[in-house]
Ligand binder design. Structure first.
Ligand code: IVH
Length: 670
């Protein structure tokens, strides 16, 4: 691969995995299996290691993954909620065992736990009372879902037993039992509501509901698997689980103490076979070093503990019949085929649909209607067709032909050279594209408009209130019409209008991202805004100038040129500008060179939203500050971003070194 191709490859994996994280954590509609995800993550980590100059601060190798939803209060976790390294084979597990041995020697035990397939939750207790329940979110901060969690019967609201610490956090997994899932999902199907793909999605959808009374009607359960206290009074994880059990928490009875890796493997084999007999889904086994001081000795990487790992079970397969293929049109006009299957039970859930990705996939499988297909599904994925059993094909079966026109607006589809996806080019009139673009614009990562959700946008479009994002800014003129929308009262309308008004203050980079230009993701929008400073310079930039910008490849440059060539887009931008949206970057007033930081030493750690670590380093040095490499009592400031290593944080706190944010640093220079 040429350097250019490597850069492109890194960009494309980062984008794909981040998009997948969004689907997984926000939409609860994952499209990639864990296995595929981890393979891509591995490739990315390898490329980034070899070519660190292309490391993206948004990379999922740095970020823990996960998102925060906008409807709940966001709360910072006291201890970051990390993920676990995954393994899929025994050799990887033996390698893990070797790594552990190298650090702590041979005298240790493992605790093996089931890996519950739900959502992780962090519960905080003060004086025996449940104070807060926070979802994992992005690992650093999550959603406060306390009211919903209080409806879960197996979680004590007040601890009745004694001997618990005054203040502690406890982590576990919220999930739904299969029987409850089947019953409630069938009710939904009867009511013509969209069915959930699996118990995990049902649990996740439930926990994120605004109305706790509805949550209370959906039986959720929770297994707890990790205790955090300021002072450890327990020597081992096992002891802490025993204690937690005595305080009334639900700890899984299958948790087992294992003396060595062979016992661990026995446990894994046993549950590989017996997992379908459980009343809930598991997707693997979690292996933890038992002794807590040994855990401390092993420490953490940026994303996960070195003292624990998960072993994931392979996906399950089953045969069923392909009934028809339908097509979904996304906001960029991409047309995705979906296989509609004869419902079949697979790994505990009923499967009715499978993703087909694009027309190449249909060709690869040489799909015919009525085909007997082999479907695969891991714990958390939308199922996938692996192969067709052609021996069972009827002679008269019709070949599946990818459509030539858009299934929604009948415009002839196009496919760019070298791309696998077909697009509907009618971005101005094709309904799902219009709605999708406006939904993207209001989304959390773009304009983050409070009081306005995807369903409302859909309803507004159907009523003809909006056909373009600029129409959002004239909605206030239609207040009376808005009341026609079901369950949209005066309060909701005023909240929404306030949210829209506020969005006019969103910075240029968010507006640029919100426009939904193909390939212009969050990071790219930031880079473009920082470089061009305003929309006019960006619109006038040539292809040659665009590709000189850091992170802007040919594909993105082409897409920008094409977007701004379109007169309609120019008109729309002018409309948005006239409504007062920000199309210019506000300069941060920072002294470029000074002696303001003379005699001061700094360490930069973690990931920052607005700067790379190198940029911060340059700023400090240009203002006569010194960057040092290790935390000592002499250090003046620790500049901390997201996902900083807990060991560093711990040391700095102990030495009482001021921990400042990038904003604080900039303020020192203003
Ligand atoms: S321990 C720092 N134990 O798996 C270690 N996690 O990939 C924290 N999970 O986010 C996790 N069962 O949602 C742990 N017995 C178990 C688990 C478990 C399921 C989930 C959890 C976590 C993810 C990590």
């Amino acid at each position: 691969m040429s350097l250019f191709e490597i850069k492109e490859r890194i960009e494309s994996i980062v984008k794909e995995l981040n998009e997948h994280n969004y689907r997984y954590y926000v939409l609860a509609q994952p499209t990639l299996s864990d296995f595929e995800y981890d393979k891509k993550l591995e490739e990315l980590a390898r490329l980034e290691k070899e070519y660190p100059e292309y490391l993206d601060p948004e990379s999922p190798t740095i970020k823990v993954g996960g998102y925060i939803t906008k409807e709940f209060e966001t709360v910072k976790h006291k201890w970051p909620m990390l993920s676990l390294g995954n393994t899929y084979n025994e050799q990887d597990l033996k390698d893990f065992d070797e790594r552990v041995r190298k650090v702590i020697g041979n005298d240790f035990e493992y605790v093996c736990e089931l890996k519950f397939d739900g959502l992780s939750i962090s519960l905080s207790y003060e004086n025996g009372k449940l104070m807060r329940a926070i979802t994992r979110g992005d690992g650093t901060q999550g959603d406060d879902v306390t009211n919903n969690v209080k409806t879960i019967r197996s979680i004590p609201k007040t601890i009745k037993a004694s001997g618990y610490p005054e203040s502690f956090d406890i982590r576990g997994e919220v999930f739904m039992h299969q029987a409850a899932f089947e019953r409630l999902n069938n009710e939904r199907i009867d009511n013509n509501e969209i069915a959930f793909a699996n118990p995990r999605n049902f649990a996740s959808g439930t926990l994120k509901m605004q109305d706790s009374t509805v949550v209370a009607k959906r039986p959720l359960d929770c297994f707890l698997y990790f205790l955090y206290t300021e002072k450890y009074s327990y020597k081992t994880h096992w002891e802490s689980l025993e204690a937690v059990k005595n305080w009334g928490f639900h700890v899984c009875e299958h948790t087992k103490l294992c003396q060595n890796i062979d016992h661990v493997l026995k446990f894994i084999h046993y549950w590989e076979e017996h997992r379908f007999g459980l009343s809930y889904d598991i997707d693997g086994i979690v292996i933890k070093v038992n002794n807590l001081s040994q855990q401390q000795e092993l420490g953490f990487t940026a994303k996960s503990p070195r003292w624990a790992i998960s072993y994931k079970y392979k996906a399950q397969e089953v045969e069923t019949i392909l009934e028809k293929v339908t097509y979904q049109v996304g906001r960029t006009g991409a047309v995705t085929p979906v296989a509609n299957l004869r419902p079949v039970l697979l790994a505990g859930t009923i499967v009715k649909r499978a993703t087909l990705h694009n027309s190449n996939e249909i060709k690869r499988l040489d799909l015919h209607l009525g085909d007997t297909v082999l479907v695969e599904k891991g714990g958390e994925i939308i199922p996938k067709i692996i192969s067709v059993n052609t021996s069972k094909r009827d002679n008269s079966a019709l070949r599946v032909l990818y459509p030539e026109v858009c299934p929604e607006c009948k415009t002839p589809l196009i496919r760019k050279e070298g791309e696998a996806v077909h697009y509907c080019p009618n971005d101005e009139e094709c309904p799902p594209q219009i709605v999708g673009k406006i939904q993207h614009f209001i989304g959390r990562k773009a304009m983050n408009i409070d009081g306005l959700g995807d369903e409302t946008i859909d309803a507004f479009f159907k009523k003809g209130f909006i056909v373009h994002i600029s129409d959002l800014y004239t909605l206030y003129e239609k207040e009376d019409l808005l009341k026609q929308i079901d369950r949209f009262g005066e309060k909701s309308i005023s909240n929404m209008l306030e949210g829209i008004e506020k969005s006019k203050q969103m910075p240029f980079e968010k507006v640029l991202f919100g426009l939904g230009i193909r390939y212009v993701g969050e990071t790219v929008a930031k880079k473009l805004a920082a470089y061009f400073k305003n929309i006019d310079s960006l619109m006038n930039a040539s292809f040659e100038e665009l590709v000189t910008v850091e992170e802007i490849g040919e594909r993105i440059a082409e897409s920008l040129i094409e977007y701004f060539k379109d007169q309609k887009h120019k008109v729309q931008i002018e409309q948005l500008r006239s409504h007062g949206l920000q199309f210019e970057s506000v300069q941060k007033m920072v002294d470029l060179e000074s002696t303001k930081l003379e005699g001061k030493s700094f360490i930069i750690s973690g990931v920052f939203e607005n700067y790379s670590r190198d940029e911060l380093k340059d700023i400090i040095e240009a203002n006569s500050g010194k960057i040092v490499s290790s935390i000592s009592p002499k250090l003046n400031f620790l500049v901390a971003g997201d996902n900083m290593g807990p060991a560093k944080l711990d040391k700095a706190t102990k030495l009482q070194i001021p921990i400042i944010s990038d904003d604080d640093l900039i303020k020192m220079l203003q």
